[in-house]
Design a protein around this ligand. Structure first.
Ligand SMILES: [Zn+2]
Ligand SMILES: [Zn+2]
Length: 258
């Protein structure tokens, strides 16, 4: 059975309970697609029992630190673990520029002799349909403070869409049309919608509206900015105003069958 693991479910500021948002998906439990690399992502992979050579394809959705900041240390951890399998890294061209600059900062560590595995940087954009870890995908640009990309995944139980960071946009329901599961960000309660517009994020109310517009069967909320101003109960109540399907607020490490 194909699995999707919520490696992290938090917003840019991690908490004890929630690391920066990231996902891992596999059809067979051997080859994995990882999405995003912020925070302490190598430990999150280890906790999920994904071996160092298990990630075949890595998508970086955009260049904010909570999604890209751990890339050099992830690659170095893979090297130290003895990985030999090539790693393909998929991103928008604007993000690939950041990746190359970021890796160049660590060129001493990352170009040591006996470098054991190939890094293969691949560019994607709206409409790209690469097969990642055996999974058919389709990408679409979202609307965030930096160029960002969401992905639709063709999985055995039905299509799943992960939007990454975005504010409400017609591109979201277009990419997520009639998916079984929409995984989208939910950084703010709607009382802070002005902050959401400044940083181009989404409120729980808006996440429910976008999921309803997409015709999604289920909705999972990640990139959760829970804290003194935003609770899980508020997220459920706000999203449920428009979205009447099943609503999941996953915890870090949660595994679901897809
Ligand atoms: Zn983020
Ligand atoms: Zn962001």
């Amino acid at each position: 059975m194909a699995e999707l693991i919520f490696l992290g479910t938090g917003a840019a500021l991690p908490s004890v309970e929630r690391a920066n948002s990231a996902l891992a998906i596999s059809l067979d439990g051997t080859d994995w697609l990882q999405i995003d690399a912020g925070g302490d992502i190598y430990r999150s992979l280890a906790r999920a029992k994904i071996p160092p050579d298990g990630v075949k394809d890595l998508v970086i959705t955009h260049a904010h630190i909570d999604h890209i900041g751990a890339l050099p240390s992830l690659i170095e951890s893979f090297r130290l673990s003895g990985r030999h399998t090539p790693l393909r890294i998929w991103a928008l061209s604007e993000v690939q520029e950041v990746i190359q600059r970021l890796l160049s900062l660590y060129r001493y560590e990352l170009t040591l002799d006996r470098w054991p595995f190939a890094l293969d940087l691949r560019t994607i954009d709206s409409g790209s349909t690469p097969t990642l870890a055996g999974i058919s995908t389709r990408f679409g640009r979202m609307d965030h403070a930096l160029p960002s990309v969401g992905v639709r995944l063709d999985l055995p139980r039905g299509p799943v869409c992960y939007t990454c960071d975005t504010q409400p946009t017609p591109a979201l329901p277009a990419l997520a049309r009639d998916v079984d599961l929409l995984i989208t960000e939910c950084t703010f309660a709607h009382r802070d919608v002005a902050d959401a517009r400044i940083s181009k994020h989404m409120t729980a109310l808006e996440a429910g509206q976008q999921a309803a517009e997409a015709g999604a069967g289920a909705l999972a909320l990640v990139h959760l900015g829970f804290g003194p101003r935003f609770s899980e109960a508020e997220a459920r109540a706000e999203a449920g105003i428009s979205f009447k399907g099943s609503l999941l607020i996953p915890y870090d490490g949660q595994v679901i069958d897809v």
